[in-house]
Design a protein around this ligand. Structure first.
Ligand SMILES: C[S@@+](CC[C@H](N)C(=O)[O-])C[C@H]1O[C@@H](n2cnc3c(N)ncnc32)[C@H](O)[C@@H]1O
Length: 247
């Protein structure tokens, strides 16, 4: 299993390098914090991404009394949307630097608790304490799928009976292979020297890994849940709706 401390170091570096870009790499890396987009556009895209996740899997609406957990919250892009709809949000990330930025971005909210996680579990969250879990573009970056399966078991530990989770995993092993074609090495070195290309693109903590669908479904069933819907099988954007068994 990969060392979660490597993921923490990697994402801390990315946060210092250009946090917004590494949270949403549709931004133009070379053009400063928000690239050609203004900050409002960055947050509006977060809102759209959040709704696409929930709508694609047919998730129920988040209730105003719900307690939500956002795994891999980054700078708080989706956390803000969840906080507007729920009673309370727990925002967890392996990177203390990302959490610092999320805390600053959401300084206007008193209904969010931030946690620097250990990169593999949902500690310090308690059993049966969460109504809704969301996670987007996080598990696809985890270098070892065993860690992702561990997170899935953890999701079912913290969910209350009948609670639900909507999250994205990669179901496309090819995209994570080190020999997957990207810009040539020479081009990348040149661009990096000019400050034009993002760092860490060959790092296992960026490349990530894919899950196996049958194993994922087995882990969920064994941990006390069931897959209610799975969209995007075989792709990097495989979206899953999981329901924790009723008590
Ligand atoms: C591409 S960003 C996405 C952030 C956020 N989900 C969003 O959509 O705006 C990936 C985030 O996952 C976090 N992350 C990566 N590996 C993690 C792990 N093992 N446990 C928790 N968070 C992790 C990174 O620090 C980073 O903030």
């Amino acid at each position: 299993m990969s060392d979660p401390r490597h993921m923490a170091r990697f994402w801390d570096e990315r946060a210092r390098e250009h946090a917004e870009y590494f949270v949403d790499n549709r931004l133009d890396y070379r053009r400063g914090d928000y690239g050609p987009d203004d900050p409002e556009d960055f947050w509006a895209k977060g809102r759209r991404d959040f709704d696409v996740l929930l709508e694609t899997v047919g998730a129920p609406a988040i209730g105003e009394r719900d307690v939500v957990l956002d795994i891999g919250c980054g700078v708080g892009r989706l956390t803000r949307v969840a906080a507007e709809r729920a009673a309370h949000v727990h925002a967890l990330d392996v990177s203390a630097e990302m959490i610092d930025r999320a805390r600053a971005n959401l300084a206007d909210r008193d209904d969010v608790t931030f946690h620097v996680g250990d990169g593999a579990t949902l500690r310090p969250l308690e059993d049966d304490s969460i109504d809704v879990v969301v996670s987007l573009v996080v598990f696809q970056h985890i270098p070892d799928p065993e860690i992702t399966y561990g997170y899935v078991r953890e999701i079912l530990r913290v969910l209350r009976p009948g609670g639900w989770a909507a999250f994205q995993v990669s179901d496309d092993p090819v995209i994570h292979a080190m020999d997957h074609p990207g810009p040539s090495l020479a081009r990348r070195i040149l661009a990096r020297l000019r400050g034009g290309l993002p760092g860490g693109q060959d790092d296992p903590a960026w490349r990530g890994s894919a899950i196996e669908r049958t194993r994922l479904e087995r882990e969920i069933a064994q941990a006390g849940g069931r897959v209610e819907r799975l969209e995007g099988a075989g792709t990097q954007y495989c979206l899953v709706l999981v329901r924790a068994d009723a008590a």
